[in-house]
Design a protein around this ligand. Structure first.
Ligand code: HAM
Length: 426
């Protein structure tokens, strides 16, 4: 029996990967415009890193991490998200010294043992961006504008929801109000909320259970419990979003699934992916860098989910086509095969995506193959043509053919052929 991929772990096949490349390329380009530098961080980290940052009483840490003991007995975890590893690297390498405000992004796989469904995987990929070193509300608006621009340049329409979760000063007051409210409704809560009521009350607002959600409609609002500084910060964020013409909606129920957030949080949402409506999310995490042993610098960031973006692109008819060959060489006979072998190399050197059949199949089969590969042109090298030092160039779309004279100077011959192909792209 053949071995299959793990549940929730997906292969990204040719034909799908091109859309992924486009998303990554667009994001890299925009991140660079906003002054971000790429950082690559390991997939495996010490478990304590995530416990200390994401929070012990979160779903991710409680039940979703891929954690195991390595051969020396150390507890390691496959990163469930990118912020903690990037901050760990920032602290470890003292990156604040080089630039007072560091803008870093990373792209790669993350791992969460969730129940797989459309848009929710156990290995998924994030484009994750962090700004470390400034608490200015302008930056909150700027990172949201950057995320929105990635989506816009991909041709996607999503909505932005924002909230403020307050800070260490005002959050306890809200927590208490929420705990009091939950105590009054304890008999109507689902088991998860009943547990969260004790361990991490804020999390209840994230509950997907309809009955719970109904109760929480009348729960206290965090926005009414913000301290003066947090209130002013949130007002500034909204003002700055308006200045940049970014549409948003305030959603005071948005609490996010990670404990490190303070003040601004946000989500980019779509109606087109069923239950998995967030294509991206983020927020401010002032205090986290210090908590991880670094300087006391504020930070803000977000992550976009590549799988969800790719699904959305597909849903909106924006998938990129599978990459194609410019030219396919159909060689007939042994001598042609040998000459094609050298020719295809010259064409690739000249910058063309060139390919050939090595199996000596019939012309009909080779033409079929060229068609299946979506080649724009075919170069037919038959024995008869070669004896006259010629080859036939066929435009696969118009079916027009022309004879081309071969030359001993293969590199300039290939460069000329490239010009012909570029003038007549199919
Ligand atoms: P998050 O909300 O857990 O935030 O994830 C961000 C995005 O990753 C989600 O909006 C979604 O698109 C994608 N995502 C999450 N889990 C899955 C999954 N199981 N399958 C497919 N896609 C998924 C964070 O991870 C934070 N580190 C974001 C951040 C960066 N905050 C500040 N800086």
């Amino acid at each position: 029996m053949s071995v299959k991929a793990l549940k929730g772990f997906k292969d990204i096949l040719p034909g799908e990967v091109e859309t992924w490349q486009r998303i990554e390329q667009t994001a890299r380009d925009i991140f660079q415009r906003f002054g971000f530098n790429e950082i690559k961080v390991p997939i495996l980290e010490k478990t304590t890193l995530f416990k200390r940052s994401i929070g012990e009483a979160t779903d991710i840490v409680e039940k979703e991490m891929y954690t195991f003991a390595d051969r020396n007995g150390a507890s390691l975890t496959m990163r469930p998200e990118g912020t903690a590893p990037v901050l760990r690297a920032y602290v470890e390498h003292g990156l604040q010294v080089k630039k007072p405000v560091q803008r870093l992004y990373t792209i790669g796989p993350m791992f969460r043992h969730e129940r797989p469904q459309k848009g929710r995987l156990r290995q998924f990929h994030q484009l994750s961006a962090e700004v470390l070193g400034s608490g200015l509300a302008m930056l909150d608006a700027e990172v949201m504008a950057m995320a929105a621009l990635v989506l816009r340049e991909l041709g996607l329409t999503v909505s932005l929801e924002i909230n403020s979760l307050g800070c260490r000063k005002c959050r306890p007051g809200f927590n208490q109000a929420l705990v009091d409210f939950l105590a009054q409704h304890a008999d109507k809560l689902c088991n998860d909320c009943e547990r969260r009521r004790q361990t991490n009350p804020l999390r209840v607002l994230d509950c997907k259970n309809e009955h719970c959600r109904e109760q929480y409609k009348n729960s206290p609002s965090i926005l009414e419990h913000l301290c003066k500084d947090c209130r002013e910060h949130f007002t500034e964020v909204r003002k700055n979003l308006d200045l940049l013409n970014i549409d948003y909606k305030v959603n005071s129920f948005m609490v996010r699934g990670l404990d490190y957030y303070c003040r601004t949080t946000f989500e980019l949402l779509t109606d087109n992916l069923g239950a998995q409506s967030a294509v991206g999310a983020g927020g401010r995490y002032d205090g986290l860098v210090k908590q991880l042993g670094g300087p006391d610098v504020p930070g803000i960031g977000f992550a976009l989910g590549l799988e969800r973006l790719a699904l959305l692109m597909e849903h909106q008819g924006l998938s990129s086509p599978e990459s194609k060959a410019d030219i396919f060489i159909a060689a007939l006979g042994e001598e042609a095969l040998n000459r094609a072998f050298i020719l295809v190399h010259a064409l690739r050197n000249a910058g063309l995506a060139a390919t050939m059949d090595h199996q000596g199949r019939s012309l009909k089969n080779q033409m079929k193959q060229a068609g299946r590969m979506g080649a724009s042109f075919t170069l037919i090298m038959g024995e008869e043509e070669l004896s006259r030092n010629k080859v036939i160039l066929r435009d696969m779309a118009s079916r027009e053919q022309q004879d081309l004279e071969l030359s001993t100077d293969l590199s300039s011959w290939a460069a000329d052929l490239k010009k012909i192909i570029n003038q007549n792209p199919s």
